[in-house]
Ligand binder design. Structure first.
Ligand SMILES: NC(=O)c1ccc[n+]([C@@H]2O[C@H](COP(=O)([O-])OP(=O)(O)OC[C@H]3O[C@@H](n4cnc5c(N)ncnc54)[C@H](OP(=O)(O)O)[C@@H]3O)[C@@H](O)[C@H]2O)c1
Length: 255
């Protein structure tokens, strides 16, 4: 009797941070994981981890990538994790950064999802996962463009749930709070306490558990759940808290 073939996952931005933790977790569960990142040299290739180098903010490179992906076997999970942030005074962010950020955080995940679905490259029972941010519920003063991109992808995820359900694909959207990754480190105030941030491995385990339980809205951890609830019922208080905790302490513009 032949062994059951491994399930296949695609994880963008899987070389570092949360994407790396998600990829490692899936590989440990026996999945074959294809990692897309702009610097494939950071990925340790193993039996179950394969990398494709691609700058996902470059539309031409993304077109080439999609051609490559639709010539492969279908996927059982696609996790759109790669994103960049931009913090500081929004009026000083260079125009080019607006384009790059929106392309990577919003346009590329939408295009990859729709093209894979159109080409029949998502198996029935597959999971399509988008990474938004807790800022969707709390606001994020000092990161206007980033939080706009994260709201956009959350709304897209919600909008495509029904059509994807018809082809047997569950769409989830994840709203993480602060995690101990290079993105959080780069964009936080200089003396912020990194120990309060969730380890990416912890977040990955919580996220995957919820994804495979077919949860549509995923808030990893008790703090994220509490802040999201507060943001919904007391948006003025949450906005005030975000200004005190982050915005007023921001001492740098980082694009
Ligand atoms: N960290 C947090 O506190 C936090 C909170 C809420 C939501 N999130 C979201 O969670 C997700 C993961 O965040 P993270 O903190 O793990 O980020 P991260 O540490 O910056 O890792 C992101 C990965 O994506 C790669 N990447 C960046 N731009 C790319 C591009 N143009 N093409 C291909 N790959 C690219 C990065 O490569 P380089 O190293 O070369 O940049 C890196 O390997 C993101 O969607 C983020 O917005 C994070």
């Amino acid at each position: 009797m032949s062994a059951r073939p491994s399930k296949r996952a695609l994880v963008t931005g899987g070389a570092m941070g949360l994407g790396k933790a998600l990829s490692a977790n899936l590989a440990a569960q026996g999945w074959q994981v294809t990692i897309i990142d702009r610097d494939a040299t950071k990925i340790v290739e193993k039996d179950q981890l394969h990398s494709i180098k691609c700058d996902l903010s470059d539309p031409v490179a993304v077109d080439r990538l999609i051609e490559e992906l639709i010539n492969q076997d279908p996927f059982d999970s696609v996790i759109h994790n790669a994103a960049v942030s931009a913090t500081g005074r929004f009026e000083t962010i260079p125009v080019q950064k607006y384009h790059q950020l929106m392309q990577l955080n919003v346009t590329t995940p939408m295009i990859i999802s729709s093209r894979l679905a159109a080409a029949g490259r998502l198996n029935r029972g597959a999971h399509l996962v988008f990474l938004s941010s807790l800022s969707h519920f709390t606001g994020y003063p000092g990161a206007a463009v980033y939080s706009a991109s994260k709201d956009a992808i959350a709304v897209y995820a919600k909008s495509i749930r029904k059509p994807f359900a018809k082809i047997g694909v569950t769409v989830s959207c994840v709203f993480p709070g602060p995690m101990k990754t290079q993105q959080a480190e780069r964009h936080s105030p200089t003396n912020a306490d990194a120990e309060k941030r969730m380890q990416p491995e912890t977040a990955a385990a919580l996220i995957l558990k919820s994804v495979f339980a077919n949860r549509k809205t995923i808030l990893p951890g008790a703090n994220a759940k509490a802040f999201a609830a507060l943001g919904k019922v007391m948006p003025i208080v949450t906005d005030f808290a975000m200004r005190k905790i982050i915005y007023e302490k921001l001492d740098k513009d980082v694009y």
